[in-house]
Design a protein around this ligand. Structure first.
Ligand code: BEZ
Length: 202
């Protein structure tokens, strides 16, 4: 299989962590590529009309995106502990937690583009504040439930780890830890997992 990614992308990091947690990484060739909201990557556009990463080409030649679809596909290829519960309340909790993390990431990546790519005179402060409110609300929700996660590291927790890693990478000055010590302790613990430490954004 081939995975198009960028080391800075938190959505691609979800897939790279899942590949390592499931023992599938030896079957996946990771191919670095770049994305920009203002410059089309024409090679990537041939695989994903949304021109986003991650994209996975399976051994059958199928092309899959986005991160949630790729992660669940990889989880269907192994016999170790499932990262996506198959059914019941656990499944909906895991999918809801993944959606919460993906939503925080959407707001964080859009904010990053606004600040790093949009010319400064065109930047819209109220919009940025609106995105920050989503990030803060989402982090508070993660902090509230982190105490119930125990040692579990399924797709919801993997997404949460990618959120916190991305905020450390791009928004360290906003100090998400200050009011969320329990979430900070949880992240310090999971950051030691080989799958997480091997994929720290650069
Ligand atoms: C970033 O540089 O922050 C970034 C790169 C790729 C996808 C999303 C974010």
């Amino acid at each position: 299989m081939k995975l198009w990614h960028n080391p800075a992308s938190p959505f691609a990091r979800k897939v790279r962590i899942v590949a390592r947690e499931t023992g599938l990484s030896a079957r996946i060739t990771e191919i670095g590529t770049t994305v920009s909201p203002v410059k089309v990557n024409s090679e990537l556009a041939r695989s994903n009309p949304l021109v986003k990463i991650p994209v996975l080409e399976t051994d059958d030649g199928e092309t899959l995106y986005d991160s949630a679809v790729i992660c669940e596909y990889l989880d269907s290829l192994h016999e170790n502990t499932q990262l996506f519960p198959a059914h019941g309340a656990m499944r909906w909790q895991a999918l809801r937690l993944q959606a919460l993390g993906d939503g925080i990431l959407d707001a964080a990546v859009l904010s990053r583009y606004e600040l790093a790519v949009r010319p400064q005179p065109l930047q819209w402060m109220e919009w940025l504040q609106g995105q920050q409110a989503k990030i803060d609300g989402g982090l508070d929700a993660l902090a509230q439930e982190a105490g119930s996660w125990g040692r579990g590291f399924g797709i919801g927790q993997i997404t949460a780890a990618c959120v916190l890693g991305y905020l450390d990478f791009r928004f360290a000055d906003r100090n998400w830890r200050a009011t969320r010590p329990q979430l900070a302790a949880w992240f310090a613990d999971v950051a030691q997992r080989p799958s997480v430490s091997a994929t720290v954004p650069a």
